[in-house]
Write a protein that binds this ligand. Structure first.
Ligand SMILES: Cc1cc2nc3c(=O)[nH]c(=O)nc-3n(C[C@H](O)[C@H](O)[C@H](O)COP(=O)(O)O)c2cc1C
Length: 359
């Protein structure tokens, strides 16, 4: 069948569709299991989760499906605390905190969960697929994962990054185009130099490596899947399309805003987290528009400084200050179950293929 590819064989799935790991709540065990039970690959976005939370989520997923699934983590980066920048952004953010009526946080001593301990859970639990972004995975982990039979998927935003990942022995590569929602996975060049659209990036990555390539960024339906396969990809990774599903854990305010939004409504900004990410424009991005990027503390410092603001804004129903990551395919979002997404994408791709053949 046309949809059996190197990727479906590698990951032991029916359809070449991966639901992106989306850290921060959208990827509930129900979403992941539904995608995997429907023939795709569900992914737990575990970047911000503690080792205990990851373990618990894996066990929950295993009660809901016996199909393969993935866990996704962030490769940690060196943390560079620049006091002057922190002081300045503190002053800038104060008005948001005042309006929300909460205290602004002091700098934490640690930056998110320990990657070492997160990885220990991935190894212990022998997850079927491990995917990652923001860098390249150390050999010591690659060896342990391979010994367990875990398939490894890295994220690249340029050909250079794809080649670096292949050298590190990953099994497949997500080629993340600039249309993509969420953080840019860029790690080997400046984020602004890696804004390559999916249509341009995928065939260039396909030509440069000898392992399956997964297209990501702006893929919302069967046309996107078929187009990606035509470019030489062996499958797709979709994030935004799954955010509005009934199983998604994205909060309702975020879901409603996504449904109303159009392709004109996103921006790539570092103002929420200190790292380039595509999300919906809102009052927060507008108010900080004129703040030069080089005055924003780097990731994950800025992320920590704005986290309570975003959490409280969600509690108070203020979408105007939320980070609402989203790709450019926004008009194609639908309110439906995750199983329907898979079925709709596959049906549309089959129908489109038939139309092309009959012409
Ligand atoms: C809300 C959201 C959160 C995301 N979080 C992650 C993440 O934790 N890890 C990761 O590898 N990619 C993450 N991404 C990026 C996706 O893996 C993927 O590249 C992107 O969703 C593809 O573009 P699309 O949103 O247009 O489908 C996220 C994307 C979104 C929309």
């Amino acid at each position: 069948m046309w949809f059996e590819t190197n990727l479906t064989k590698l990951l032991n799935i029916n359809y070449p569709i991966i639901q992106a790991g989306m850290a921060g709540g959208p990827t509930t065990p129900e979403l992941i299991a539904t995608v995997s039970n429907s023939g795709g690959l569900g992914t737990l976005g575990a970047g911000y989760m503690s080792p205990e939370e990851i373990k618990e989520a894996i066990h929950k997923i295993q009660t809901l499906t016996n199909k393969p699934f993935a866990v996704n983590l962030f490769i940690p980066e060196d943390v560079l605390v620049e006091d002057q920048k922190v002081l300045k952004i503190h002053n800038t953010l104060q008005s948001f905190y005042d309006e929300l009526g909460i205290e602004q946080p002091v700098l934490p001593k640690t930056w998110g969960p320990s990657f070492e301990l997160q990885m220990k859970v991935i190894i212990e639990e022998k997850v079927p697929v491990f995917s990652y972004t923001f860098g390249s995975l150390d050999h010591k982990w690659v060896e342990q994962l391979k010994a367990n039979g875990t398939k490894i998927v890295g994220t690249a935003t340029t050909v250079k990054e794809a080649k670096l990942l292949e050298e590190m022995n990953v099994d497949a590569i997500v080629a993340q185009g600039s249309e993509a929602g969420g953080h840019r996975g860029t790690f080997a060049c400046k984020a602004e130099d890696a804004m390559i659209g999916t249509m341009a990036l995928v065939p260039q990555v396909v030509d440069a490596v000898n392992i399956p390539v997964i297209a990501a960024g702006g893929i919302m339906d069967g046309r996107g899947l078929l187009g990606s396969l035509s470019l030489g990809a062996s499958g797709v990774q979709m994030g935004t399309a799954f955010l509005t599903t009934k199983e998604s854990g994205a909060n309702q305010l975020y879901k409603n805003t996504l449904i109303e939004a159009t392709e004109e409504d996103t921006i790539v900004t570092i103002k929420f987290s200190g790292k380039a990410a595509r999300g919906l424009k809102n009052e927060y991005t507008e108010r900080l528009k004129d703040l030069p990027d080089n005055e924003v503390p780097s990731y994950p410092i800025q992320n920590s400084l704005t986290q309570p603001l975003r959490k409280e804004a969600a509690k108070q129903g203020k979408a105007k200050w939320l980070s609402m990551w989203a790709g450019q395919g926004l008009r194609l979002t639908q309110v439906e179950g995750a199983e329907q997404v898979i079925r709709r994408v596959m049906d549309q791709a089959s129908n489109t293929l038939n139309l092309l053949k009959n012409d």
